[in-house]
Design a protein around this ligand. Sequence first.
Ligand SMILES: NC(=O)c1ccc[n+]([C@@H]2O[C@H](COP(=O)([O-])OP(=O)(O)OC[C@H]3O[C@@H](n4cnc5c(N)ncnc54)[C@H](OP(=O)(O)O)[C@@H]3O)[C@@H](O)[C@H]2O)c1
Length: 258
Amino acid sequence: MTFTGRTTVITGASSGIGRALAVALAARGARVGVTARRADRLADLAREIRATGGTVETAPADVADRPALLAAVRTLEARLGPADLLIANAGMSYHTGAAEMNVPRVEEIMRVNFLGVVYAVEAVLPGMIERGHGHVVGMSSLAAFKGFPGAAAYCASKAALNAYLEGLRIELRSKGVAVTTVCPGFVNTPIVANNPAMPFLMEPDEAARRILRALRRRPGVFSFPWPLAVLMKLAKWAPDWLVAKKVPTKRGEGEKKN
Ligand SMILES: NC(=O)c1ccc[n+]([C@@H]2O[C@H](COP(=O)([O-])OP(=O)(O)OC[C@H]3O[C@@H](n4cnc5c(N)ncnc54)[C@H](OP(=O)(O)O)[C@@H]3O)[C@@H](O)[C@H]2O)c1
């Protein structure tokens, strides 16, 4: 599959991986519809893409606000045509330690990282099923494979997302709609700004390049970079004492990571 002439909707496109994906897709000839909360950043992105001859439309929304997100996607589809590809990428992270339970934080992480994807899928999936083609992509994380101390809620949100997308993928096999779960390792964006250690760190442009290369074959799951993906799969079976020793949890309770 190529991206030329395809309508793509990307959530969380005002920064980091989503932004890099928007630029890269526009450069490959896709019509790109972008959303996020920060309208000024989306406007900057649109200027940059249009300056190089690309096609882009913006519609700001909070992915945790279901009616607002549905309306934003409707706006983008009205201007660009029905979505062929959704990249539900918006996400956030807070430190969520066990010493002081912060349930509102946990709820917020689940609303954005999990329900925000569900709402985005809701916005495009009926049309894709009706048309008999489409590609739904959810931005998960290698953190989905293991519950890490201090990041329990983030890991849980991504693990929930993996299971949700897996179920969708199997169900949609016969409907012509592909579903891909993308699990990146560390990418140099504001979300990981306070992380103490980031092996195999890569830049957003490089992450976008790898993601788009993989999406052309519409895989069920794309985990990268592969050495870290292997390590994370092994970490699933690591004893708790070893993980507790190796994973630092120095950050303060409730501190925002992005
Ligand atoms: N960076 C990494 O190492 C890494 C690794 C694995 C997975 N990921 C995942 O990759 C995705 C993108 O993250 P990133 O690294 O590119 O971080 P980022 O640069 O902080 O970008 C996060 C994006 O999500 C948007 N967003 C956050 N909350 C939102 C909300 N409530 N409604 C709408 N948009 C919202 C932000 O836009 P606004 O603030 O303008 O709304 C921003 O565009 C996330 O799902 C993250 O979990 C990142």
